[in-house]
Design a protein around this ligand. Structure first.
Ligand SMILES: C[S@@+](CC[C@H](N)C(=O)[O-])C[C@H]1O[C@@H](n2cnc3c(N)ncnc32)[C@H](O)[C@@H]1O
Length: 223
């Protein structure tokens, strides 16, 4: 039996009440059963699935919203085990690219790409070292919440990166700056947001609920 998730949030800085309630509900809803994709993962990947990987049905809808044509590319910022890219690539003529800072996750994603005959590509890098302007679309599944809530039991993927509220704020601010610098027409799909408001130059075109999360399509408009 899993630990009562209420205990996970005691004394967590930055976990305000509405946020805390949302996370608690998400944890309950997102608990196993694993979906078909998650069953392909190693045991560690499966352990992390409920919290960190986009649910398969959300991946399918995100791929529709990304709406990649032939020759277009999407960057999944923080691609984890590659779930969004792998599932999206199987149903799209576009190119899915994931960037992930943790090598074991990239290694697993590349292995799955070979196994599934997927065209998805995975870069092992800090997302901020990649030129986001080279992509027509980007995808975010709340990539920095791990940094903010790292003290929650089971939340942290591993101890390889800097954690804490200040790091979180810095990463969100850098993301907002990057997004604001992209070309008009750039499409961004977010699940559970980016950790802060989208820059005001983005217009929300679609917003759909999936459990406790919201899947949004944003398009970069004129300033
Ligand atoms: C919530 S998971 C989402 C995984 C995947 N996008 C999905 O939807 O299934 C966030 C991932 O972002 C990665 N990440 C966070 N910050 C990153 C950065 N600056 N550069 C590369 N990867 C990063 C984390 O290591 C983690 O694997």
């Amino acid at each position: 039996m899993a630990q009562n998730p209420d205990r996970r949030f005691r004394g967590v800085p930055g976990a305000g009440r509405p946020r805390r309630r949302r996370l608690l509900r998400t944890l309950r809803i997102a608990k196993p059963p694993l979906d078909d994709f998650d069953r392909l993962l190693d045991s560690e990947g499966q352990r992390l699935a409920a919290i960190h990987w986009t649910p398969a049905r959300v991946c399918h809808r995100a791929a529709q919203l990304l709406d990649l044509g032939a020759g277009e590319r999407v960057l999944d910022v923080g691609s984890g085990v590659g779930k969004l890219c792998l599932l999206g690539s199987l149903a799209s003529p576009g190119q899915y690219v994931g960037v992930e800072q943790r090598h074991p996750l990239v290694f697993q994603a590349r292995g799955l790409a070979a196994r599934l005959a997927s065209t998805a590509q995975f870069l092992h890098a800090d997302a901020f070292d990649v030129d986001w302007a080279g992509y027509e679309a980007l995808y975010f599944f709340n990539p920095f919440d791990e940094v903010r809530f790292s003290s929650l039991s089971g939340w942290q993927i591993d101890g390889s990166i800097r954690m804490g509220g200040e790091v979180f704020e810095e990463l969100v601010a850098r993301t907002q700056d990057r997004l604001a610098s992209l070309a008009i027409g750039t499409r961004v799909v977010t699940f559970h947001g980016i950790g802060g408001p989208m820059p005001s130059c983005y217009q929300r075109r679609v917003s759909e609920r999936f459990g406790e999360g919201t899947l949004d399509l944003w398009v970069r408009a004129s300033p």
